[in-house]
Design a binder for this molecule. Structure first.
Ligand code: IMP
Ligand code: MG
Length: 195
């Protein structure tokens, strides 16, 4: 173990091979990201659009580091099957509540992997004529990218580990771990993604 799992979480984290990012490392980086966004959007009132459910912890912490007024909305997506997902087909389960035309939109993601989901969603958002559209992702898996997507704010660039915790799941488990951990390879039932 590179970093120690906090004692109360050791049972829940039994399938975690290693702690990739501690709670403190995540908080520190989000503070910096919030400062950058506050600076860039000075005088504006951006709409932060989160992709559920993986983004839940990141969004909650990020908004509290942003010092300009913001509005928050969410979209929920799910892919049909692995094959359809690889073609970039995404099913929108929950669309935005807010209109975003002429608004400054920041799309917030937990992790960008192949980029297929993001690419699909960006196209959908762009079609609604926002004044501007940028992407903010806590994690960025650079090596698995299939589609080049512009990401303005990146928390951490990372290699191809499957990670859980801090909102990220594997089969809906582990979202409540307060750190980001690498899942033991034997636990991964497939590369099929949840949300
Ligand atoms: P993409 O279309 O391949 O970029 O898929 C990104 C989505 O897959 C993310 O929003 C996550 O929901 C999920 N995902 C990708 N990598 C991981 C991971 O390591 N842990 C948990 N979910 C992941
Ligand atoms: Mg996601």
């Amino acid at each position: 173990m590179k970093k120690i799992v906090p004692e109360p979480f050791q049972r829940l984290a039994g399938d975690v091979l290693d702690v990739y990012l501690t709670r403190e490392e995540i908080q520190q980086r989000i503070e910096e990201m919030g400062q950058a966004i506050s600076r860039d959007y000075d005088g504006k009132r951006p709409v932060l659009v989160g992709a559920l459910k993986g983004v839940m912890c990141f969004m909650a912490d990020l908004v509290r580091e942003i010092t300009v007024p913001v509005e928050v909305d969410f979209m929920a997506v799910s892919s049909y099957s692995t094959e359809e997902r690889d073609r970039g087909v995404v099913r929108v389960i929950k669309d935005l509540d807010l209109p975003i035309s002429d608004r400054h939109v920041i799309f917030v993601e937990d992790v960008i992997d192949t980029g297929l989901t993001l690419n699909y969603l960006l196209r959908s958002l762009r079609a609604r004529s926002p004044a501007s559209l940028e992407v903010c992702s806590l994690l960025n898996k650079t090596t698995r990218r299939l589609i080049d997507v512009p990401i303005k704010y990146v928390g951490f660039n990372m290699p191809d580990y499957f990670v859980v915790g801090y909102g990220l799941d594997h089969g809906e488990q582990y979202r409540n771990l307060p750190f980001i951990g690498i899942l033991k390879p034997g636990i991964l039932f497939s590369r099929e993604k949840g949300s």
